[in-house]
Design a protein around this ligand. Sequence first.
Ligand SMILES: *[C@@H]1O[C@H](CO)[C@@H](O)[C@H](O)[C@H]1NC(C)=O
Ligand SMILES: *[C@@H]1O[C@H](CO)[C@@H](O)[C@H](O)[C@H]1NC(C)=O
Ligand SMILES: *[C@@H]1O[C@H](CO)[C@@H](O)[C@H](O)[C@H]1NC(C)=O
Ligand SMILES: *[C@@H]1O[C@H](CO)[C@@H](O)[C@H](O)[C@H]1NC(C)=O
Ligand SMILES: *[C@@H]1O[C@H](CO)[C@@H](O)[C@H](O)[C@H]1NC(C)=O
Length: 357
Amino acid sequence: MIRASGILSLLLVASALGDVIDDFEYLSVGEMCDLLPQETSFLRPSTCDSWVTCAGNYSVLEQGGCAAGLTYNKELGRCAQASGAVCPYTGNIAVQPKNLCANESDGAFVEDPSSSDCRGYVLCRNQRQIKANCPNELIFHPKSRSCVYQNQYECPTSQTKKTSPACRPLSNNTRLADPVHCDQYLECVDEVLHSRSCPVQEAYDADLGVCVPVERVNCYETAALPEPENTFCLDNVTGKARTGYLADDLSCSQYYICGKPIGEKHDTEPKHLSCPQGQYFDFEKLSCRDRLNVRCQLDRCVGTNLTYVNVAGDCQSYGRCSGGITVSLGHCPEGYFFDERNQGCSQTNYHYIACSA
Ligand SMILES: *[C@@H]1O[C@H](CO)[C@@H](O)[C@H](O)[C@H]1NC(C)=O
Ligand SMILES: *[C@@H]1O[C@H](CO)[C@@H](O)[C@H](O)[C@H]1NC(C)=O
Ligand SMILES: *[C@@H]1O[C@H](CO)[C@@H](O)[C@H](O)[C@H]1NC(C)=O
Ligand SMILES: *[C@@H]1O[C@H](CO)[C@@H](O)[C@H](O)[C@H]1NC(C)=O
Ligand SMILES: *[C@@H]1O[C@H](CO)[C@@H](O)[C@H](O)[C@H]1NC(C)=O
């Protein structure tokens, strides 16, 4: 059973946000419209003859009621003879979902009955419900109350076909913003809520109701874009993966290791490593060495507490450091060479690689 740290760390990012979808029918009409595309029309929850049309670019949110004897047909988007439409709220006035944590101890994990793919679960904290999903590939086992591999528990089809109360007032194929992930959205199909993902580099625009390029997206207020992918190990000229030891363009004492690509995919988690104090990474020797034995074209005051440093390409000059950068350059008298190790000019030329041409 995998009730490991993976889940616990996920919980830290999970939040009670999933609840705005569960409680959709109890939100204010303005809050419902925030989750829906502009100009969406829907049945006002707990009624059969009232409708709401969300604001658009040139229109404000509007609400109305059907003339006597008519009911609102959400699929047609207008009032019609009652015989044609089945009102989802007849004899079935929406009841607030019960608190699954009411009888649970603090820290308990319970099944989320509203999850259509069995990935969802609920963590109880002070009798409050915090919704979360099992990590990729895993699903929640209601008996063991933990995330397990898919071959360890079969998600019942009654669960995968379960209709969602959030879809009751909405017409078929209406989309809702995912309150947590901006690169995903939700869609009601035959009243079952499905989670969908946007294509790569795109995210869901909550106003337009479609996936658009990430640069132009207008996310739902609580939805976040995923962390941008680390492309350090991708050669931006050839488009091929880079592997092995690579320079850090900002510091000679640090370097990266790019792992082998997996399939066509470059390593997105390169290791970023630092040499011990006073050493630079040498790409020929693939090791950390005394900084005087390594050619470094970057500012040699970076990452050191020395006051004076040798200068690349000129063994008679020195740089003065302050606040970790070179603030001025100086020159030794004729016949003298700068020696960083002794912090002064000397008649001996050590021919440090650091300052050799
Ligand atoms: C509102 O304006 C945006 C930008 O001009 C446009 O892309 C969008 O389709 C408009 N929305 C509606 C519902 O007309
Ligand atoms: C909690 O216990 C009470 C009393 O036994 C019961 O009425 C209620 O349905 C229980 N709630 C849940 C979520 O199981
Ligand atoms: C809802 O939409 C889906 C997909 O577009 C379609 O297959 C299904 O028949 C529709 N259901 C109804 C009741 O129209
Ligand atoms: C390509 O990467 C180099 C550093 O690896 C960077 O200096 C350069 O700006 C990048 N070029 C583009 C077009 O992103
Ligand atoms: C510079 O840093 C090294 C290593 O942290 C330390 O041993 C040394 O005392 C420091 N020198 C000065 C002048 O602060």
